[in-house]
Ligand binder design. Structure first.
Ligand code: ADP
Ligand code: MG
Ligand code: MG
Length: 251
């Protein structure tokens, strides 16, 4: 699904190398988690994959189902099935949540050469999916994320993800700032989307999210590289002992 080889990235603005050769291979239908100390480059990796400005790729490659992601603009990446849920969801004043979702869904369908969803079909689908995430109808009418609580924003992102039906979902600290109930809802939303053809990359500081979204593989990132990979037990090791043991073991 996603194949990253030797990815090296620096900031455009300053001469600072952030990713120093990231290797990551994600099979269809699997959930990978990335953990790691603050500043290790986790968010940078997700931004570069989504095509955000400000980063320069100085080496390596990243492909989605064999297609070169790094050559594409962000819209093309999304149309191919890449979805990034941000740590800090953006507010879009003046644009109703429902309108935003419908525009996004139809833009993606168009890019894939599919017909637009009818208004009635869209409404039916968005209401059903919103309900399962405990998002009420009133929230669908409000401007995107404006005045939403932290938990509401995160649930709204999972709704966007559910509507867009991406193949490769990247969640960057989607659990940060959530209370336990909101985190469980987000996790349930993600779990409901797990399927054979869809993969997830879950970036998180805390092991607790991984109690609810069970990863197949856990990676530890430090100083711009993935320094260790293993099963879910690796996340528990971090929870119990912190990163110090792993860092010194690798060093
Ligand atoms: P993480 O998500 O693992 O906490 P980040 O990818 O956010 O790490 O950051 C990696 C490193 O790159 C940090 O040292 C951070 O300060 C630096 N960095 C990232 N983006 C910028 C930026 N736009 N300007 C300056 N430094 C940045
Ligand atoms: Mg950080
Ligand atoms: Mg981050």
């Amino acid at each position: 699904m996603l194949e990253i080889k030797g990815l090296e990235v620096k900031l455009e603005e300053e001469d600072k190398q952030i990713l120093k050769g990231v290797d990551l291979s994600i099979e269809p239908g699997t959930v990978h988690a990335i953990m790691g100390p603050n500043g290790s480059g986790k968010s940078t990796l997700s931004y570069v994959l989504s095509g955000k400005d400000g980063y320069e790729v100085t080496g390596g490659s990243a492909t989605l189902e064999g297609q070169d992601l790094l050559e594409m603009d962000p819209e093309e990446r999304a149309a191919l099935g890449l979805f990034l849920a941000f740590q800090y969801p953006v507010e879009i004043p003046g644009v109703g949540n429902m309108t935003f979702l419908r525009t996004a869904v139809n833009a993606q369908r168009k890019a894939r050469g599919e017909e637009e969803l009818s208004a009635a079909d869209f409404l039916k689908e968005v209401r059903a999916k919103a309900k399962s995430l405990k998002i009420d109808a009133e929230m669908l009418k409000r401007p995107v994320n404006v005045g939403f609580s932290g938990g509401e924003k995160k649930r709204n992102e999972i709704l966007q993800m559910a509507m867009l039906e991406p193949k490769m979902c990247i969640l960057d600290e989607t659990d940060s700032g959530l209370d336990v109930d909101a985190m469980k809802l987000v996790a349930e939303g993600v779990n409901a989307l797990r399927s054979e053809g869809r993969s997830f990359l879950v970036i998180t500081h805390y092991q607790r999210l991984l109690d609810h979204i069970k990863p197949d593989i856990v990676h530890i990132m430090s100083n711009g590289r993935i320094i260790k990979s293993g099963g879910p037990e690796l996340a528990l090791e971090v929870e119990n002992n912190g990163y110090a043991d792993i860092l010194s073991e690798v060093a």
